[in-house]
Ligand binder design. Structure first.
Ligand code: NAD
Ligand code: MG
Length: 391
């Protein structure tokens, strides 16, 4: 039996992962589940899969969960805080860690899983945005296996030559074509964008996801973060990654080769496909995903990204070109801005403005250590907070 920890099991990716695992009970055993504050949801998951450990980051929530688990007579042991997350990410009994916490909060537990040499199923893209080089160094040193869950990166991985780690140019790859739907506001009149609501921003046309990534998809910061993620995962520069708007989300990304071949991975927009792929790799297994019916009127359209409508794309490109801690600064500012937007303290169009101002005020340095990254992350959050107060 393969032991699995799911970091962020109550979220969108966490729930999809549990759904896939429920179809493969003879192969996988869930060792640990974790959540931030959602007691009822984590408790129900514990009843369903009876993990050895359940981690609740919030202290009060952990106590409430522990009581419910005792009352129900479950053997699951409850842990709390960051220490609990790190413990269950590195347990000897755990072979695979699904990293599905949202945002910078996932950095240390995901890093712990990589340090412990696990197979890391990486959904939490912010980890690579914040600390790409450090994280990849840890992966290489520890012998951890890193498999991308983000649908685009999973598609790129599937379309890459087997020996791509020898270098993209050396293995005949010309370019990565990173697709994105353009989100819910691809055609909204520009002068209406400052009035869109959090619910409108979270109503993605093709994917059902957590609120933070949904807003990122609406600003296309998500595609910017994914550009940075792709550079680290496939050891390439942003010049070799072209962003392609593909509104239908049927092609999940492509790899172009020097001989003119373009390999694409296609399927229904359902995260259970990349999750099942990474769990079963190098084999394949059932995921429960609806089959792609090519005769149902499927359309494949492609457009160039609109940088005026989506200034976050340009900011992310600037951040990766500047390098060092600038992507961490971009990410931190974006997290603060998105949260403020979701709480209706900031207009949608002000997300990009705030991120840009933070990038101008907080200077980047070489990302020599985790401590430096965490310091600049904190400086960027402070700066964003102050700018928010200043209005
Ligand atoms: P979500 O908001 O639905 O779930 C987030 C999970 O993280 C929850 O279990 C929550 O309890 C936990 N969490 C939140 N804050 C935390 C904190 N401070 N400390 C510890 N745990 C915390 O998010 P999601 O949509 O599942 O996305 C998770 C990650 O996967 C994100 O990084 C996102 O970019 C990435 N991703 C998601 C999708 C998708 O379809 N949802 C697709 C690609 C990539
Ligand atoms: Mg994606």
């Amino acid at each position: 039996m393969t032991g699995v920890t799911i970091l962020g099991s109550t979220g969108s990716i966490g729930v999809s992962t549990l759904d896939v695992l429920a179809q493969q009970k003879e192969r996988f055993q869930v060792i640990a589940l974790t959540a931030n504050t959602q007691v009822e949801r984590l408790f129900q998951q514990c009843q369903a899969v009876q993990p050895e450990f359940a981690v609740m980051v919030d202290e009060d929530a952990a106590e409430r969960l522990e009581q419910k688990i005792k009352q129900a007579g479950l053997a699951t042991r409850v842990r709390q805080g960051l220490a609990g997350l790190i413990e269950v990410a590195s347990l000897a009994r755990v072979d695979y860690v699904m990293a599905a916490i949202v945002g910078g909060a996932g950095l240390l537990p995901t890093l712990a899983a990589a340090e412990a040499g696990k197979r890391v199923l990486l959904a939490n893209k912010e980890v690579l945005v914040m600390s790409g080089r450090l994280f990849m160094d840890v992966v290489h040193k520890s012998g951890a296996e890193l498999l991308p869950i983000d649908s685009e990166h999973n598609a790129i991985f599937q379309s890459m030559p087997e020996n791509y780690r020898e270098g993209l140019a050396a293995t005949g790859v010309r370019k990565i074509l990173l697709t994105g739907s353009g989100g819910p506001f691809r055609k909204t009149p520009l002068d209406e964008l400052d009035r869109v609501t959090p619910d409108q921003a979270c109503a993605h046309p093709n994917w059902s996801m957590g609120r933070k990534i949904s807003v990122d998809s609406a600003t296309m910061m998500n595609k910017g973060l994914e550009l940075i993620e792709a550079c680290w995962l496939f050891d390439t520069s942003p010049d070799n990654v072209e962003i392609v708007v593909h509104p239908q989300s049927i092609i999940h990304s492509m790899v172009e080769y020097v001989d003119g071949s373009v390999l694409a991975q296609m399927g229904m927009p359902d995260m259970r496909t990349p999750i099942a792929h990474a769990l079963a790799w190098p084999q394949r297994m059932e995921s429960g995903v609806e089959r792609l019916d090519l005769f149902s009127g499927v359309k494949l359209e492609f457009q160039k990204p609109d940088y005026d409508r989506f200034p976050c794309l340009r900011l992310a490109q600037e951040a990766i070109r500047t390098g060092g801690t600038m992507p961490a600064i971009l990410n931190a500012a974006n997290e603060v801005a998105v949260q403020a937007f979701l709480e209706q303290r900031l207009a949608f169009t002000a997300i990009a403005t705030l991120v840009e101002k933070v990038m101008q005020t907080v200077s980047a340095q070489e990302a020599r250590s985790l401590q430096v990254v965490l310091e600049d992350d904190a400086r960027a959050r402070d700066a964003a907070g102050r700018l928010l107060l200043a209005g």
